[in-house]
Design a protein around this ligand. Structure first.
Ligand code: GLC
Length: 571
């Protein structure tokens, strides 16, 4: 996990749309099926989501930066892998200060990624393959180059002045309060034109929107409608925790100490997770429901009670608030995973599991021991792809991509890394180009990529791993295929087994008379476990998927170091 994210964690049926509003939308315009399975589960509950960082996935025009046509060209790969929905990190026009998380036009595509026509082609090709498109909606802030902000800062009486948060300083040269930015320094920037400060939770180039202004709400809700009409099946809502601030701007308590960026550690109680956030989420959900769409949330919660609040009362907010608590189990500890799985299973909504993303150190390194990383990558796949809930994969995870941080400050792209160097190296390491093959630049681009390709592309790439039945990629494909076809994995309950075992995490997924056993050896030595399956009402066990040297004999399962065994149970 990057230092910045660690700091944050601490504190705290088919509907077709043709012509709408006089605008005609491309043939791809569609939203999602309302069909449910026998258990009432909707498409997104069985779907496997896959996050694409567009700069780094595939570069079709060879300028060193990935693009939408690059993604379109890889849809067959994604389909074959077992992906049902892709979440594309922001691809809207942006000055790219925070690589797209600073949006200057919510209803277009940044020319570096292509055009709206390219987007429509992607949507249409994805639809043909049954892949849903999820966009990343940056709700907390815009770019300082967004026309709304440009107007807002132009004068105290401008039309959009109150669309952002402007305040007088406490005194000469003093910001309105002690709030610090997640990305370092004060969260207030003085603007000499109008002689007031504006608030930015992230970079100064990312001014926070004033969600207390109903015009902001209307404009932002309309943005989601605009994309739904274009065929998008949902949004990942960026940084929802930070939408509101205390109107009295009370100082945050500072318990002492400094963070990796050199700022005083703060308990961000007055500018994160304010209850008003839930009003906005309910509103966004109402619009999403008009289009049978799904909302995923970037929700850094401390506990399940907090996670439950994001599902909303009667599940009227986010369908998929991400359970990052799972990523906080940063070691291979069966006890810790058991605890988190049980907790999220007790939550009021459908679990969402994430092990990697563009802000945190990749799972390959977080769990890897340096010697058995490939085995451990398979182990993690065996875990989070067999649990009851929706997994959100991160590009490259399926081939065992490694976090490769910059080694010199001059190489750093992520401004967080430039501010925090060398303590905080930023997030470049988890955003390196996708490793497609062994050719130059790992087949990502024929031009020099925007971030260096890690040397591991020689051993970890899609082309080579596709040919190797024991590769991380082949294991991912096997497990992903199972979770799309096995009824116990689709709809089954989670039943923990052998709960005092310190080395092996095992559980059943049970649906009617179907059962699947999952056994995961989180230790570096071989383990043999006798499961008294008759006690669970099952007679025989046959392998569905297992790592090379893991097997079952009767109800005794032998697991190689970090081995995985997934077996079908019958009555
Ligand atoms: C979210 C994004 C992160 C971005 C930040 C500011 O946390 O995941 O990448 O820097 O929001 O938009």
């Amino acid at each position: 996990m990057s230092g910045v994210t660690a700091m944050r964690c601490k504190w705290f049926s088919v509907v077709l749309f043709a012509c709408l509003c006089g605008a005609s939308f491309p043939a791809a315009a569609q939203n999602s099926s309302t069909a449910v399975d026998a258990e009432g589960h909707q498409w997104w509950q069985h779907a496997v989501f896959y996050e694409i960082y567009p700069r780094s996935f595939a570069d079709s025009n060879n300028d060193g930066i990935g693009d939408l046509n690059g993604i379109t060209a890889k849809l067959d790969y994604l389909k074959d892998l077992g992906v049902d929905a892709i979440w594309i990190s922001p691809c809207f026009p942006s000055p790219q200060v925070d690589f797209g998380y600073d949006v200057s036009d919510y209803e277009n595509i940044d020319p570096m990624y292509g055009t709206l026509a390219d987007f429509d082609k992607l949507a249409s090709e994805a639809k043909q393959r049954g892949i849903h498109l999820i966009l990343d909606f940056v709700v907390n802030h815009t770019s300082d180059q967004h026309p709304w902000f440009l107007d807002s800062k132009s004068s105290r009486t401008s039309e959009h002045r109150d669309w952002y948060i402007w305040r007088d300083g406490r005194g000469a040269g003093q910001p309105p309060n002690n709030w610090t930015s997640e990305f370092g320094g004060s969260a207030w920037k003085y603007d000499p034109t109008t002689k007031q400060y504006y608030y930015h939770y992230f970079y100064a180039a990312q001014p926070d929107l004033n969600w207390r202004n109903p015009q902001v709400e209307t404009a932002m809700f309309d943005v989601t409608r605009w994309w739904y009409k274009r065929g998008v099946s949902g949004f990942r809502l960026d940084a929802v925790d930070t939408l509101f601030e205390d109107p009295n701007l009370k100082d945050n308590p500072e318990p002492g100490g400094k963070n990796a960026l050199g700022d005083p550690i703060q308990k961000r109680i007055y500018n994160t997770k304010l209850p008003e956030v839930h009003d906005v989420l309910r509103g966004l959900r109402k619009v999403a429901d008009e289009y049978n769409s799904v909302l995923i949330g970037e929700t850094w919660t401390h506990d399940i009670a907090e996670l439950n609040r994001y599902y909303g009362v009667g599940n009227d907010e986010l369908q998929l608030p991400m359970d990052f608590l799972f990523t906080t189990v940063n070691k291979l500890s069966p006890a810790e995973f058991r605890k988190q799985i049980a907790a999220v299973n007790s939550a009021s909504g459908w679990p969402t599991f994430v092990i990697s993303n563009h802000d945190i150190v990749r799972s390959y390194d977080r769990y890897g021991d340096g010697r058995h990383n490939d085995q451990i990558a398979k182990l993690m796949a065996g875990l989070y792809l067999t649990l009851r809930g929706t997994p959100i994969m991160y590009y490259g995870e399926e081939i065992g991509m490694k976090t490769t941080p910059p080694t010199r400050k001059e190489e750093v792209q992520d401004p967080v890394g430039r501010t925090g160097w060398p303590k905080e190296k930023g997030r470049d390491g988890e955003r390196t180009p996708m490793q497609w093959n062994e050719s130059v630049n790992a087949g990502f681009s024929s031009a020099k990529p925007w971030l260096p390709v890690p040397p591991t592309y020689k051993t970890h790439n899609v082309a080579d791993e596709s040919k190797d039945p024991n590769s991380v990629l082949s294991f991912y494909k096997t497990v992903l295929k199972l979770r799309h076809t096995n009824s116990a994995l689709l709809d089954g309950n989670y039943v923990p087994l052998n709960e005092s075992d310190e080395n092996v995490l095992s559980y059943l997924r049970v649906y009617k008379d179907q059962g699947v056993l999952v056994a995961l050896n989180m230790s570096p030595s071989e383990k043999k476990i006798s499961f008294e399956l008759s006690k669970q009402g099952f007679r025989s066990l046959t392998a569905l998927a297992a790592t090379e040297k893991s097997s079952a004999d009767g109800d005794v399962v032998t697991l190689e170091p970090f081995g995985v065994f997934i077996g079908q149970l019958s009555k």
